[in-house]
Design a protein around this ligand. Structure first.
Ligand code: DX5
Ligand code: ZN
Length: 221
């Protein structure tokens, strides 16, 4: 069942020189998760941060850390992020030879496993994993960069995955990541998403504006 809409600001769009402050500001503004994009310069054409930064940020908020790993091969890095304080660890099925084993590894470390689908990855990839995961992330841009435009063809996939989650009877978050704005959020929510990742749309206008930005995305207005 689709749950209340939650907002996960992506710190990729925050001021990297003041990440602790930025996280505290979005928590004060009503954020639900902190979305952390980890990129390796190989699986995606960009480099961001590692587990050391996640660990340093952990004391700055009580919100769940929603860690999106864009790393290949991914398995060797999972434990480091769990130890650094990740709550949800999301991986791409293309990021290792045995995604089911990766999901089991994440669970064994006490974190919630998530599965991320690139725009070109079909919805059916969740079928044999749906009993084992707590979050499905539909990428509505190709991963690697913030500030890209929403790919409309992903709306049908969000709807298809909503039906699969409801048929499973499990409480699985349906998260959408990339190009979320006040213009695109209403159709994403209508298609069945219940967690919206928003980098650019959250971290705009200065910290005093973050609460209004988050509320606008959540209400779909
Ligand atoms: C892209 C990342 C996204 C990105 C979203 O690879 O997974 O989380 O930060 O950025 P916006 O919200 O600016 O499209
Ligand atoms: Zn992401």
């Amino acid at each position: 069942m689709q749950q209340a809409v939650r907002i996960a600001p992506s710190i990729l769009a925050a001021d990297f020189s003041r990440l602790g402050e930025e996280i505290r500001a979005v928590e004060a503004g009503g954020a639900d998760y902190i979305h952390i994009d980890v990129m390796d310069g190989h699986f995606v054409p960009n480099l961001t941060i590692g587990a050391g930064v996640v660990k340093a940020l952990r004391p700055h908020t009580a919100l769940p850390f929603d860690v999106h790993l864009m790393i290949s091969p991914v398995d060797a890095f999972v434990a480091g992020f769990a130890e650094a304080g990740a709550n949800i660890i999301t991986v791409h099925p293309e990021a290792g030879p045995h995604v089911h084993r990766t999901v089991q590894l994440i669970r064994s470390l006490g974190c919630k496993p998530g599965l991320a689908l690139n725009p070109g990855t079909p919805a059916e990839v969740v079928d044999n994993l749906i009993d084992s995961i707590d979050l499905i992330l539909v990428m509505s841009v190709n991963p690697g960069f913030g500030g890209q435009s929403f790919i409309d063809s992903q709306l049908a996939k969000i709807g298809a995955i909503r039906r699969k989650i409801d048929a499973s009877g499990r409480a699985i978050d349906l998260e959408v990541d990339g190009g979320i704005t006040t213009k695109t959020a209403p159709s994403v929510i209508a298609a069945g998403a219940d967690v919206l990742v928003a980098g650019t749309a959250t971290f705009t206008g200065g910290a005093a504006q973050y609460g209004r930005n988050i509320a606008a995305l959540r209400s779909g207005r």
